[in-house]
Write a protein that binds this ligand. Structure first.
Ligand code: BF8
Length: 625
């Protein structure tokens, strides 16, 4: 293989070469050797009952129906719905774990964490109508806990954060019957409706997709973001480093990879514990080096500036450095292949969450009441491995510095100034045309396309056309490695955007954190509407989204909550629907006619950027700006 075709990340290519020389294969090779099933890729198969599995012909989708009579529209809509349900479940279960920690902290049952950001606690509480004036922090926090619990359990009526949605957008949702109840109810209903012989009208299935996806974006994901900010601090811009060069040969290297920030927060305490540092030194190391990967990493990069060594498609190859003494994982996007990889290189590989055990990994359970018993043990075992490092260590010498940690609060502060934090300047710059619009470029990396490349090219084309880009997750890491998270990247921006960046001293690409932090984009959109001058609903905004290298079901849920919220969202790689079918038409055209946003698709990054730009221009024209 020519590994440069696999990835544009130099460090990843270098480690792919090393792994190949060591006789070890990764997801890149497995993808190249296993072409996607052409029927499954078009979502033309159904295995919801055992009269099948049934396969339709993607080239002639209406020629056949399943054994039960299900049409291509029913089959594809049901498959899509189950992806939304799973993605929503992942985000909302993560949010619920954060809420569990919050409840225990508020009740004084966890000593290791505390409410770090009281100001954020008050703002979030006020945003959903909780009285804060003259009240104790604990009282407010308890009320907030009970309100937010409804995000999950509410049987009837609207979830709390619907109060943050622009009224006109909520009006559309009410008209369509898609205002979310608690996510448990919505996910349960999707699973019921997609069972054999229940909902067999693609329009009705898509309706439930919207409702469930909204329970993710304005529910579970938003709870995860807001509670994490309250407990661990709201991110503010800071200089942070990305890439494999942040591993240190003479240190004990510990990687945390996954999604829930509490594991990482406690690991930060463990690696700074003087007794453990002393132990590392006794073992001959200069110290302990903690770095992150994937979304856990993106979150602590934003919040604390902890270095990040790579996104989803770098998680296996990083182990080929031989420098990783321990990798601790919790939930989501953890490849089972890591277990084999860790075995090959003698890396200690630990699962920590009861929801996610992996054959071959050692399980050290993380309990939020006694978190250090897990993280200290991981560090101790990492020190053991350092002492007996089995092989040669090769660390790609690449380090990319950039600015990270732009919360939606900080965007308003940065553009509005210390004394009048507001979205007025952003809106003004959009209205006067210096900024053409806003784009959220987010999501995974996927070995079906050249790693990082589509992200980087889409974003470059957007900023060249004066579109301000906000980012999360693995996409943010791709752009950080490409050097676009620095203020001097403004030279790559069009004149208008460059002028704004230079005046404010900000990069043209703003990193907001992990995938659940896509909820920050929703809040930014709500603020833009509230501020005025850009229409009355989210669907009026000159804003678009993209997940150029998506792969996870979470990405589908995110894409669909963007769409249901009113945004145009373009995916790359492939799309699980057949062009020309009624289901496809509904997602790509019909939803917009109903007052929502719509889906788009393009494989080519330049085409993808221009689909987004045309949409932004269309919205500008409708606004008369
Ligand atoms: O939630 S961007 S590969 S790490 S799914 Fe996974 Fe995709 Fe990365 Fe985080 Ni999001």
């Amino acid at each position: 293989y020519n590994f440069r075709d696999f990835s544009m990340c130099e460090a990843t290519v270098q480690m792919l070469e090393k792994a190949a020389a060591d006789g070890v294969e990764t997801a890149f090779q497995r993808a190249a050797e296993m072409k996607p099933c052409p029927i499954g890729a078009d979502s033309a198969c159904c295995k919801h009952c055992f009269m099948g599995p049934c396969r339709l012909n993607p080239k002639d989708p209406y020629a056949k129906v399943g054994v039960c009579g299900a049409t291509i529209d029913t089959i594809a809509a049901r498959n899509f719905a189950r992806m939304v349900a799973s993605g929503c479940a992942a985000h909302t279960d993560h949010g619920m774990s954060m809420l569990d920690v919050f409840r225990e902290v508020v009740n004084g049952r966890i000593a290791d964490y505390k409410i770090k950001d009281e100001e954020k606690l008050r703002t979030v509480a006020e945003s959903i109508g909780i009285e804060t004036a003259g009240r104790e922090v604990k009282e407010i926090a308890l009320d907030l806990y009970h309100e937010l619990e409804r995000t999950y359990t509410q049987v009837e009526g609207e979830i709390p954060f619907v109060k943050r949605v622009p009224p006109k957008t909520v009006e559309t949702w009410r008209k369509l019957g898609i205002v979310p109840r608690g996510s448990m109810r919505e996910i349960m209903e999707i699973m019921h409706r997609t069972h054999i012989g229940v909902d067999q009208h693609y329009e009705n299935i898509v309706k439930q997709c919207s409702r469930t996806a909204l329970a993710d974006g304005w529910g579970g994901s938003m709870v995860a973001t807001e509670i994490s900010d309250i407990l661990f601090g709201t991110p503010k811009p800071l200089v942070g480093g990305v890439n494999m060069g942040f591993l240190k040969e003479d240190h004990v290297n510990v990687i945390v990879h996954g999604h829930e920030p509490n594991l990482f927060e406690s690991m930060i305490d463990s690696v700074n514990d003087p007794a453990l540092v002393e132990k590392a030194k006794e073992a001959g190391a200069a110290g302990i080096n903690l770095v992150g990967m994937c979304c856990s990493g993106a979150e602590v990069l934003s919040r604390h500036g902890v270095p990040h060594v790579g996104n989803f498609m770098s998680t296996e190859v990083v182990i080929a450095t031989g420098a990783v003494d321990a990798m601790a994982v919790d939930v989501q996007c953890i490849k089972q292949g890591l277990s084999t990889m860790a075995k090959c290189y003698g890396t200690k590989f630990f699962t920590t969450n009861p929801r996610a055990k992996i054959e071959g990994a050692e399980h050290i359970e993380f309990h939020e009441h006694t978190p250090r018993s897990c993280t200290d043990k991981v560090v101790q075992l990492a020190i053991e491995r350092y002492k007996n490092r089995p092989g040669r260590v090769v660390i790609p010498q690449r380090r990319d510095m950039g600015i990270h940690g732009f919360s939606h609060e900080y965007i308003s502060y940065m553009l509005g100034g210390t004394f009048r934090g507001s979205y007025v300047p952003l809106n003004e710059n959009i209205i006067n045309g210096r900024i053409r619009g806003l784009a959220g470029v987010v999501g995974c990396t996927n070995p079906r396309v050249r790693h990082d490349y589509v992200h980087v090219e889409v974003v470059k084309e957007l900023i060249r056309n004066n579109v301000l880009v906000v980012q999360t997750g693995c996409s943010q890491i791709a752009l950080a490695k490409a050097g676009l998270m620095k203020p001097d990247a403004a030279v790559l921006a069009g004149d208008g955007l460059a002028e704004v960046c230079e005046t404010v001293g900000m990069p043209p690409v703003l990193g907001l954190g992990s995938c659940v932090d896509n909820s920050r984009i929703l809040i930014a959109c709500a603020e833009m509407v509230r501020t005025g001058g850009l229409g009355e609903s989210i669907a009026d905004l000159p804003v678009a989204g993209a997940a150029p290298e998506w792969m996870s079901e979470k990405a589908i849920s995110i894409g669909h909550y963007f769409v249901a919220s009113g945004l145009y969202t373009v995916f790359g790689v492939g799309f699980p629907a057949i062009k020309g079918t009624k289901f496809h038409k509904l997602l790509f055209e019909g939803l917009e006619e109903l007052g929502c946003g719509k889906w788009g698709f393009a494989e080519d990054p330049i085409e993808m950027a221009h689909l987004m730009i045309s949409h932004i221009d269309k919205k500008r024209e409708a606004l008369g700006i």
